[in-house]
Design a protein around this ligand. Sequence first.
Ligand code: AR6
Length: 179
Amino acid sequence: MIVQFGSARIELVLGDITTQRVDAIVNAANAMLAGGGGVDGAIHDASGPEVMNELKRRYPDGCPTGSAVGTSAGNLRAKYIFHAVGPIWRGGGNQEKDLLESAYQTCLSLGEKLQCRSLAFPSISTGVYGYPVDLAAETALRTVATRLEATSQLELVKFVLFDQGTFGGYARVLETMLV
Ligand code: AR6
């Protein structure tokens, strides 16, 4: 599913983010930048150990929730990895929405600063961190679409969704944004 926003497009893909051909791949990391399971584990496995070494060297204090930091991409086809820290879902009354939006905004800013033309996001926070997919999709897609419509040299933002349920959740939200 591909939708145009301004001069850029948002594409939803069912698949594995580590194999995407884009300028930057976004990781769903934790605040310690310590690696883990899910998409974080897959990205570190595929990129190789130099990415973790770079994280430890450049960001020894980790990264606050709602922000992101950039590294090189090791063995991946991308130029950069943006390690974004989404919020843990605690019922919705603990600034989860603002923190999730801020994680996406930081990645978009990094992409613009590094003159990326294409970015790939996973569904940040909806795995181990428990954020409901429909709510996360709403925030993710609206944040990206608004930014693309306003000012951006980005040409393509892909959401690479790992399972059919997550893909369906994002597709339903994107459809509501067409009208
Ligand atoms: N490509 C794309 N999406 C993937 C992949 C992949 N290869 N593998 C899993 N996903 P999660 P979170 C999906 O748990 O909720 C880690 O341990 C997955 O199905 O990876 O932000 C970190 O170190 C789900 O839809 O991230 C943190 O401690 C989505 O990616 C914590 O988990 C996000 O699930 C972060 O939790």
